[in-house]
Each structure stands twice: as C-alpha cells, then as structure tokens.
Design a protein around this ligand. Structure first.
Ligand SMILES: Nc1c(NC[C@H](O)[C@H](O)[C@H](O)CO)[nH]c(=O)[nH]c1=O
Ligand SMILES: CC(=O)[C@@H](O)COP(=O)(O)O
Length: 158
C-alpha cells in the first residue's frame, strides 16, 4: 500500500506495550538534514507520547545512510539498549549510487537486528525527489519517523 493511501503517522494501538523502562537508540544520518531532523523529531515525540522516558532515548549521528548499519551495530551491542531506530533519507540522483546505498542499508540493518536479536528499525526514506521526502517527513503523508518509533515499541511487545 503506497504512503499516499496510508498515512505514516496513523497506526493501531495493537501490541503497543509498556515501554516506560525501555531504552532506545536513534541513529540519524546527516545527509538531507532537513528531512532527517524532521524524521528524528517525529520518532522522538512518538516515543515520548507512548511513555518512553526522555533519559532513555539516546541519539547518535552518522555522516550518511550507508553508515547507518555500523552505527546501528555500535548501538545494538550495548546491552542496555532495547531497540535501535535508524533514520535516513536517500534521494535518487543521476547514477546507480542510490541503489547501492539503499540495498546496503536495508541488508545491513537487517543483519544487525538478527545478530543482536533486537529490533533495529528501518526508518529510511528512499524517494525520487526532495518533495516526496518532505511529504513523508511530516508532510501530507505523515512522518515515517512516527512509524519507525511505533514499530520499535510494537516489536518490544512481541
Ligand atoms: N546521496 C546520499 C547519501 N550519500 C552518502 C552515503 O550515505 C555515504 O555516507 C557515502 O557513500 C560514504 O560512505 N547518503 C544519504 O543518506 N542520502 C543520500 O541521498
Ligand atoms: C543517493 C546518492 O548518493 C545520490 O544523491 C548521488 O547522486 P548521483 O547519483 O547523481 O551522483
């Protein structure tokens, strides 16, 4: 279902669990900062509004989305971290670089999640244009950061 048909900030309360004592790492890519900051703010606010304590949200920045995998690993290896949320925005350019980054990040984040047996959430936009990114970072289609945060919460209720 395309984002245009399902607002990214609307979700069921099913499997939303008590996360008052859970600790979340949010790893944020610096590339396309206007977008990733909006995604981060959405994720942070969603965690807080669902009962996560401010002191239990740990932010770490990486240069680009390609570095999200190693950033997620450095966060997930910390025993006290219960879930990791990865925030990025990879915008299609003129070359195949987009494809290599997106594939690497999706596989890398998955590998970290399986290796450390923790939810590592793919909060990465992969749009064709800046406008598509803005539409999904608090725009008309909601905020993918919200979706990433509620996904992490729901996974801890598994
Ligand atoms: N073009 C985008 C990038 N490129 C940078 C890579 O993520 C990486 O940092 C570099 O290849 C060095 O390893 N990153 C994004 O997050 N978004 C882009 O649109
Ligand atoms: C996703 C990217 O790395 C992209 O912004 C690079 O642009 P280009 O493919 O035009 O070099």
């Amino acid at each position: 279902m395309a984002s245009a048909e399902k607002n990214l900030s609307q979700f069921s309360q099913k499997n939303v669990t008590d996360v008052s004592e859970k600790r979340f790492a949010i790893v944020v890519s610096e590339w396309n900062e206007e977008v990733t900051e909006a995604l981060y703010n959405g994720a942070k606010e969603t965690l807080l509004s669902n009962g996560v304590k401010p002191e239990n949200i740990y932010r770490k920045d990486v240069p680009g989305s390609f570095e999200l995998s190693i950033g997620a690993q450095w966060a997930a290896q910390v025993d006290e971290i219960d879930a990791v949320i990865c925030i990025g925005c990879v915008i299609q350019g003129e070359t195949k670089h987009f494809d290599f980054i997106c594939d690497a990040v999706a596989q890398g984040i998955t590998n970290v999640s399986l290796k450390y047996n923790k939810p590592v959430i793919f909060g990465v936009l992969t749009p064709n244009t800046q406008q598509q990114a803005l539409d999904r970072a608090g725009g008309k289609y909601g905020n993918k950061g919200d979706e990433a945060a509620i996904t992490a919460i729901k996974m801890l209720g598994f």
